[in-house]
Design a binder for this molecule. Sequence first.
Ligand code: ARG
Ligand code: ZN
Length: 875
Amino acid sequence: QVFKLEDYRPNDYLIPQTDLTFRLSPDATRVTAVLTIERRDGVSVSAPLVLDGDGLTLKRIEIDGKKVKPADLLATPDQLTILEPPVARRFQLLIETEVAPAGNEALMGLYRSSHVYCTQCEAEGFRRITYFLDRPDILSVYTVRMEAMRDEAPLLLSNGNPLEKGDLGDGWHYAVWHDPFPKPSYLFALVAGNLGRLADSFVTLSGRTVELGIYVEPGKETLAGYAMDALKRSMKWDEEAFGREYDLDVFNIVAVSDFNMGAMENKGLNIFNDKYVLADRETATDADFANIEAIIAHEYFHNWTGNRITCRDWFQLCLKEGLTVFRDHEFSADQRSRAVKRIAEVRTLRAHQFPEDQGPLAHPVRPRRYREINNFYTATVYEKGSEVVRMIRTILGADVFRAGMDLYFERHDGDAATIEDFIKVFEDASGRDLSQFALWYHQAGTPNLTISSTHNPAAQEFTLEIEQSVPPTPSESRKRLMHIPLAFGLIGAGGKPVPYSSVEGASVEDGVIHIRKRRHMVRFSGVTERPAVSLNRGFSAPVTLSVEQKADDQFFLARHDGDAFSRWQAFNTLLTDALISAFREILGGKQPAFAPRLIELAGSIAGDETLEPAYRALALALPGEADIARDIGRNIDPDAIYAAREALALAIGTANRDVFSGLYLSLADREAFSPDAASAGRRALRNTLLDYLSLQPGGAELAAGHFQSATNMTDRAAALAVLAHRHHGSPEAVEALAAFETTYGSDPLIMDKWFQIQASVPGPQTVDTVKALTNHPAFSMGNPNRVRSLIGTFSSANQTGFHRADGEGYWFFAQTVLEVEKRNPQVAARLATALRSWRSLEPLRQAKAREALLSIAGAENLSADLRDIVERTLA
Ligand code: ARG
Ligand code: ZN
């Protein structure tokens, strides 16, 4: 079944009130729903009431206290139809269903994770609990009563505020929660189990005290300290940056160990994948700390962008996700280093969203069609969706953007809104027409800008010739011209901006060229010296650039661009160009050679004390193999890309060995551990240098020493990765892997790092390692984190292993995807996207990848989730 945006219409019925009672038991939980149903104005009395279900068993049904006759209804596991609802406009419908949380391995609806009852309802999991109008425009006030055996589930949590609790005798007890804010069913949640609590409180801007709780496996409370700190900082930041205050008396977060995604913003009761809550220096890397901070903030920010204002339908998913990602990005930028954060965001966007947008799974930020909504929680909806919001701010300026956001909250609080509503508030706040800009939501594909420049010294004119194009994407062959805000700078000697007196050919405001036509000749007058032009500063638009630029200018910008992002960009482009040339040389049977000035520049960036260490670490991290493949675009041979990258790493490390060694020693930790951004930056730089130095004589010993003397997980995991990847099979590598396993074997979350490191060892032998590791006692095909660490890492972060020339990587992958799918279709579908770029491979690998995809497509009883991904990938 295909769902279409244009088919939206409001339902005939509303559910203003929902009262739920759960009698919890692992294999047979009774759910009694008492729904206040209201016929919408103008709807005919004879309109049937059709509720969604998914695999449900109906046990009892009553309307206004009377049994419904079987002839008056149609009940299947997936739908409940009341053929002739009462004539009265309002009536009460009681529905009793029975569900089995312990057997729920799809982790949607009500399930058990390590003996804790929990729920995941977004997008369509509520219908696995009871029959309902399970769509986001049905807003209801929920009261939830939970009954459970006290020793099995001493803790009973749901949305909103606690109302009452008590004993029921026979070892049973109950609790009632009430959420005064009308909400869609996807935000419903309950948690019941035996959990430890970290408690704190927050006083809001207007002086209300909110009780905060983070619930974790008993004994792990102290590991939630960083998450709690991040939560309080998020609450404060949203008051300051967006004027948004929290609205309930309590805010709870629960960490569970089996979770399909990162986390979920259920009203007042966020549920998290425990990997995004639990952290201390011993267990978590700096990247983990940064992710925890960002995801805690993200889910908290949803309280306004998602919950108070929700989505009319699932086509509007980016209304809450793109906007909330933008908000969490800004939060992290304010808490950490803005430039470093921006570079990291752009790297992620390019690594995940660009290939999606350039392949068979491309779709607009606001899709018009879907078969399975779970497959649209994508980098395009989230990451590109955030970039679109950022462009609105770039175009309007920070103050008008804030005025538009204020208007959005004022006008739409309590609504299930659309992208059109969102764009309208900015048009109203600014008086501008954003209709051409809105194409960013409606049109898929990464726009490209072709740019060349000329300077005419006699006329003192500098001209940029800019042409836009948007490549065709599935089902959109013809594209309309977009409004692209391109930030730029004209840079002269010493890095100073080159002044100009006037400009014609495009509107240029505050350092941004507004590209709206296919072609612009942007002419700057009064330009006395030839500038180097810095383009797409701060990554003002998510586009690719084809720039005719002298290498001298690139080198100049890599040293002097005053915009830190663009300076990183210039150096990164130089590295990418060098890697692509090396790739071609290797394919042609030659030894690659690199320009000495590039190698020297790497050394001088490393030692430049005016630059933050975190920034230097990002600059020195060579473009990933997948990034290089994406930029080459076609006829990919991953082995040649790998060889090119290794050659450049060796060349940079060899020429700069003394600088790198000195710096490496000077960066050794002297102070007590702190996860703050500056300390993390020093560790990042030191570990990047270790990676280079490990290719030099004595490299294995150096990395082994780094591993043994590590006092935190960042350094330990970095050294282990260097040993496993650069010195595969060496005694040092074998010993370190064994030591890690001995120390952390009983902690699955930490063992994920061990699985990841081994799954990403380059080379043809890794497929066998991964096969063997699926039998490791710490591994489980039923746990999404384990599957992602081992199988996900292998298929999406190991170019030479996964794309082994004989196709064995693909075959193993196809079988494993089908095995995972039997339990958890959503996780399997996500895994399967690893083959989305199969058409850019060289012909032999392409044929083998296609066979593997066909073998998945041909399997029996394929889930809607997996079928959708595989069929679109093959189309
Ligand atoms: N709304 C959640 C978040 O981004 C993601 C939930 C996605 N769940 C799913 N089953 N697709 O914060
Ligand atoms: Zn979200």
